[in-house]
Design a protein around this ligand. Structure first.
Ligand SMILES: [Zn+2]
Length: 417
């Protein structure tokens, strides 16, 4: 039996002082009769609590012993080895300091896109980063998250849909029953923290949280307060990210607001997130579209179409494949007007201008700029093109240009591969 404690960082034994220092947060009590012994809360998470462990160091032989009433009785393997793993997992040196790291030596596989492949097999979630997927209800956000359960090692906190809805969706997605033992709906901040601790120790690939408001509720924090949202990052998201887990948080858009650059509530949600994806139904085509409103590493935004903000990544559909439903994410589309290709954003602006002008004859340029979403200079450019090409007619009335609809505009879309 192994009874020494070796520090992985430099392959030298942990000293008594270091061990005591690192364990001091676990209700450490010194033994009055033996200066080389103390008691702590056992490192194992006992289901019913009450595990006090006694740790003794034999300095002559440099050997440790670890005794816990519960663990020894349950036969929990080699406890000294478990203590060694725990100490090394703290990643500190002899002064109790974490080692400095070199960002250039980061493993290339860290923070790589790895999960949620689109229809061309290109993944859309980064390992070890925090993603917000936000939008109004009914745009398949939960379906996207649930589709991950079938193919990945996922843990899923469901604060939104409940067992009946989630169960039937998982079945519809063809999820094998044995893959379904990954759900939880923690009901207190303590329960959330205990899960985080568990995942950090033994990391799954992905943690899905559906959704942020439910999490805020059980953690009793105010989702509109930046400071409170930051505390959720500190206690929940950041430790998971550090453990290399892809974190996917589902969230809502503010009600009746034209602002789509941020999920509802505190700005810290997005400023601290690595990736923010907006899901939204296109009013004209009724397609559900995914937009990138933040991408720290830029691989996803590079896949997006043209200009504009947030940028269009692609469409999201639920397809019936015989018995099963499949979540399909297709990349951006190419638009063409009367056979001439153009950027999707320009096509979108063209459509909105045309629609607005046909509903509002004799409108001014500023009316159009106010009504159409997008940058004013882009709207102005597109409007000029439309006037040149006869889609919009322009008349001068006094000193003001008035616009009305000209020839009909036909835009066709095709998927770009
Ligand atoms: Zn124990």
């Amino acid at each position: 039996m192994k009874n020494t404690l070796v520090r992985t960082a430099d392959n030298i034994p942990w000293s008594y002082r270091e061990v005591k220092y690192l364990l001091s947060g676990r209700n450490l009590v010194l033994d009055e009769t033996n200066p080389n012994a103390f008691k702590i809360d056992c490192l194992a998470d006992h289901p019913f609590g009450g595990g006090l462990a006694r740790i003794t160091f034999d300095s002559a032989a440099s050997e440790w012993s670890y005794r816990c009433g519960v663990c020894n009785k349950e036969g929990f393997g080699n406890l000294v080895e478990q203590l060694e793993q725990w100490l090394n997992a703290q990643g500190v040196d002899s002064r109790g300091l974490k080692a400095h790291y070199n960002p250039m030596l980061q493993d290339e596989n860290d923070n790589a896109l790895r999960f949620l492949p689109d229809v061309y097999g290109r993944p859309m979630l980064y390992a070890g980063l925090i993603h917000f997927l936000y939008g109004k209800p009914g745009v398949f956000k939960s379906w996207v998250a649930l589709s991950l359960v079938k193919t990945n090692n996922v843990r899923f906190w469901d604060f939104e849909n409940g067992v009946a809805v989630t169960g039937s969706r998982l079945k519809a997605l063809g999820t094998p029953v044995e893959k379904g033992h990954v759900f939880d709906s923690p009901t207190s901040a303590e329960a959330v923290k205990a899960r985080v601790k568990e995942y950090v120790k033994n990391p799954p690939e992905i943690v899905c949280i559906d959704g942020f408001s439910g999490l805020a509720g059980v953690m009793e924090i105010d989702p509109d307060s930046n400071q409170d949202v930051l505390s959720v990052y500190t206690t929940v998201f950041a430790p998971l990210r550090r453990a290399g887990i892809a974190v996917l948080v589902l969230d809502h858009l503010p009600k009746d607001s034209g602002i789509e650059d941020f999920p509802i509530g505190a700005q810290a949600k997005k400023s601290q997130a690595d990736v923010a994806l907006l899901v939204k139904q296109n009013a004209r085509t009724e397609d559900v579209e995914i937009f990138v409103s933040k991408d720290r590493l830029g691989v996803l935004s590079a896949r997006c179409s043209g200009v504009g903000f947030p940028r269009l990544l692609g469409t999201l559909t639920l397809e019936d494949e015989g018995e099963e439903v499949d979540v399909k994410i297709a990349s951006v589309r190419e638009a063409s007007v009367n056979g001439k290709k153009l950027e999707t954003i320009e096509a979108r602006i063209m459509e909105s201008i045309w629609r607005f002008v046909s509903d509002n004859a004799h409108c001014t340029k500023s009316d159009i700029e106010r009504a159409v979403r997008g940058k004013n200079d882009l709207i102005r450019d597109v409007l000029e093109q439309m006037v040149d090409q006869g889609y919009v007619k322009r008349q001068l009335a006094g000193k003001t240009n008035l616009h009305s609809v000209g020839q009909s505009l036909e835009i066709t879309y095709s998927h770009k591969d």
